[in-house]
Design a protein around this ligand. Structure first.
Ligand SMILES: [Zn+2]
Length: 322
C-alpha cells in the first residue's frame, strides 16, 4: 500500500501524536558524569574549554556529588590528576593515590552513588603513555600487569565498577582474574572496547588530566578511525575476556560502530561523548545549543547506546528536572 492511502504525515500532525509514536528517548538514568579529582584544598577550578566541568580537591568533591544527586545523576566516572608522575605510573595503583582517596571519601558519604573508576596509567606516567615504554614502544604485558594492579586498588578502595581505557591486549582478562582471585567477582568491568585514536581527546589530556603524550602517539593500541570491522573484533574479544559493558569512544562520529556493535552483540553498551565533541556543541550559536544537545543524546540512544558518558550530563539533567 502506498500514497494516497498511506500518508506518513498523519502521525506527525501535532506534538501529542509525535510523542505517541516516538521510538527513542533518553532519561537521566542513562547518564554517567565524568568527575576530575586533584590533590590540594579548596580547589574547584573550571577546566579550560569545558564549561561547568571542574577540577575538584577532595574537600570540594562531596558538594559536587550532592549537586549531581539533586539533578538526578547517581553514576560518576572518576579521573585523577596526581601530584607526581614517574615512568611506572606508581601513583595510579598507590593505596593513597588521588582516585583511591576520592573513592573512599565519596563512598563513605554516599552509598546511593555508583562510583566508576577509569583505569589507565597515562595520567600517572611522566611521558603521558598508557603503560611502560621500552625503546619508544608501549610494552603490552608488563603494562597490563600494572593496569590490573590499578583496577584492583580502585576496587579495594570501594569502586563499584572499573573502566579500563588503555586498549591494551588482554587487559580485560587480566583484570577479571585479578578481581576474582581477590574476592571481587561481583564487580563489573566496563571496557573501553572500541576506542579510537582521535583528535577529539586533545583538550581532555591537555587540560582535563594534564597528561598529553610527550612523544609519539597512541596509535599502536588505540584504533585507526578508518576501521569498523576491527572494532567488532575488539569488542568480541573484550566480551570473551569478561567485559560486562562495552564502550565505543568517541561517540558522535562513530554511531555506525555503536549500531553494529549493538546489533551484533546486544549487550549493555556505553558511548563516551568526549571533550572535543563537547567543545563543538558548546561552540554552536547559543540559541541552537540546547536543541542540539537533545538531538545528540537521542541519536546516541537511537544508534543503540544504553549509557551515555557526557560532560553535558549535569546541565541536561538539571534542565530536565526543572
Ligand atoms: Zn591511557
Amino acid at each position: 500500500m502506498a500514497y494516497p492511502v498511506v500518508r506518513m504525515r498523519r502521525l506527525r500532525k501535532n506534538q501529542i501524536v509525535r510523542n505517541m509514536v516516538r521510538e527513542n528517548s533518553f532519561n537521566i538514568e542513562n547518564f554517567i558524569y565524568p568527575v576530575f579529582v586533584v590533590h590540594g584544598n579548596g580547589i574547584r577550578n573550571e577546566i579550560p574549554n569545558m564549561n561547568d566541568n571542574y577540577h575538584l580537591s577532595l574537600d570540594k568533591v562531596e558538594k559536587e556529588i550532592e549537586e549531581l544527586r539533586l539533578a538526578g545523576i547517581n553514576k560518576i566516572l572518576l579521573f585523577g590528576v596526581p601530584e607526581k608522575k614517574d615512568s611506572l605510573g606508581t601513583e595510579a595503583y598507590s593505596e593513597n593515590g588521588i582516585v583511591q582517596q576520592a573513592v573512599r571519601k565519596i563512598k563513605g558519604s554516599f552509598n546511593d552513588v555508583m562510583v566508576i573508576t577509569d583505569v589507565c596509567l597515562c595520567e600517572y606516567t611522566q611521558h603521558g603513555h598508557c603503560g611502560i615504554i621500552k625503546n619508544d614502544y608501549l610494552v603490552n604485558d608488563e603494562s597490563v600487569e600494572l593496569i590490573s594492579k590499578t583496577a584492583l586498588s580502585h576496587v579495594e578502595a570501594g569502586s563499584d565498577m572499573v573502566a579500563p581505557s588503555a586498549m591494551l591486549d588482554g587487559q580485560i582478562k587480566a583484570i577479571r582474574s585479578s578481581l576474582d582471585e581477590s574476592g571481587f567477582s561481583d564487580i563489573p568491568i566496563m571496557a573501553y572496547s572500541a576506542k579510537y585514536a582521535s583528535t577529539l581527546y586533545a583538550n581532555f589530556f591537555k587540560y582535563g588530566t594534564g597528561s598529553s603524550v610527550q612523544f609519539g602517539d597512541k596509535k599502536t593500541h588505540q584504533m585507526d578511525f578508518a576501521n569498523g570491522n576491527e572494532a567488532l573484533r575488539e569488542i568480541a574479544l573484550d566480551i570473551e575476556e569478561g567485559a560486562d559493558i562495552i564502550m565505543v569512544k568517541p561517540a558522535m562520529m562513530y554511531l555506525d560502530i555503536v549500531y553494529r556493535a549493538k546489533s551484533e552483540f546486544n549487550i549493555p553498551l556505553a558511548v563516551y561523548n568526549v571533550s572535543g565533541e563537547f567543545e563543538m556543541v558548546e561552540n554552536i550559536s547559543r540559541d541552537l545549543r540546547w536543541d542540539l544537545k537533545i538531538e545528540l543524546m537521542t541519536a546516541f540512544k537511537r544508534a543503540g547506546a544504553d549509557m551515555i558518558i557526557s560532560y553535558h550530563a549535569k546541565e541536561i539533567a538539571r534542565n530536565l528536572k526543572n
